[in-house]
Ligand binder design. Structure first.
Ligand SMILES: Cc1cc2nc3c(=O)[nH]c(=O)nc-3n(C[C@H](O)[C@H](O)[C@H](O)COP(=O)(O)O)c2cc1C
Length: 192
């Protein structure tokens, strides 16, 4: 994840198109494709995004300074209703639309997969990117600012741009967990 960008180098429109093209090639349960992407590449729109999603009294830190230099923000949204609708179709048959049928909310999973394709695609295009959360107390203000309907949930947001020098997340000090710590062969707890 990259958290500081060159503000003077916009992402060329054809690259923006390609990044969104990667997103729509993500896998999705039942090929539901219940996602929607808000693309913000105009300075006024990006400014409105940061105004809406920054909690009161915050935004004066280096994280905000670097992130708000990104020339492109994509907000991926998931639509639970699109999945309940898709799986009520005759070939699936879950006409009760009962959410308890779902092992986990695949609408969020699939939108996360689309997000990862955009992150990887950005790197392939020579760009940097960062997935980050929209604070829950700001979601309503964000929806109002951009006319996002209740049917769609922003699962986070992605800044994209040409990378400038940045500071690695302090979280990385935790170190990466080894495969042997997290993988289990044959039986949970049996080791790898
Ligand atoms: C679901 C999710 C939410 C994240 N939220 C934030 C965030 O709010 N702010 C931020 O700076 N980074 C955020 N990150 C980035 C993580 O901090 C980062 O992926 C992690 O530290 C590993 O670093 P790397 O992706 O550069 O390897 C988020 C990543 C994910 C997958």
């Amino acid at each position: 994840m990259v958290r500081n960008y060159d503000p003077d180098r916009p992402v060329p429109p054809e690259v923006v198109d390609r990044i969104l093209g990667y997103a729509v090639h993500a896998p999705s349960a039942g090929f539901s494709q219940g996602w929607g992407f808000l693309v913000l590449d105009e300075p006024a729109d990006r400014q409105a995004f940061w105004a809406a999603t920054t909690p009161e009294g915050m935004g004066n830190d280096s994280w905000s300074a670097g992130m708000s230099r990104a020339p492109l923000i994509v907000v991926p949204h998931s639509s639970r209703d699109a999945y309940l609708e898709r799986y009520a179709a005759p070939d699936k048959g879950w006409t009760d639309r009962d959410e308890a049928r779902w092992p986990v909310p695949y609408w969020h999973i699939d939108t996360g997969m689309a997000s990862l394709l955009m992150l990887l695609g950005a790197v392939d295009e020579g760009l940097g990117a960062c997935f980050f959360g929209i604070p829950p107390e700001c979601t309503e203000r964000y929806r109002n600012a951009f006319g996002v309907p209740d049917s769609h949930t922003p699962i986070g947001a992605i800044t994209i741009g040409y990378r400038a020098e940045d500071r690695l997340s302090p979280s990385l000090r935790r170190g990466r967990r080894e495969v042997t710590d997290v993988a289990h062969r044959g039986r949970w707890g049996a080791g790898y």
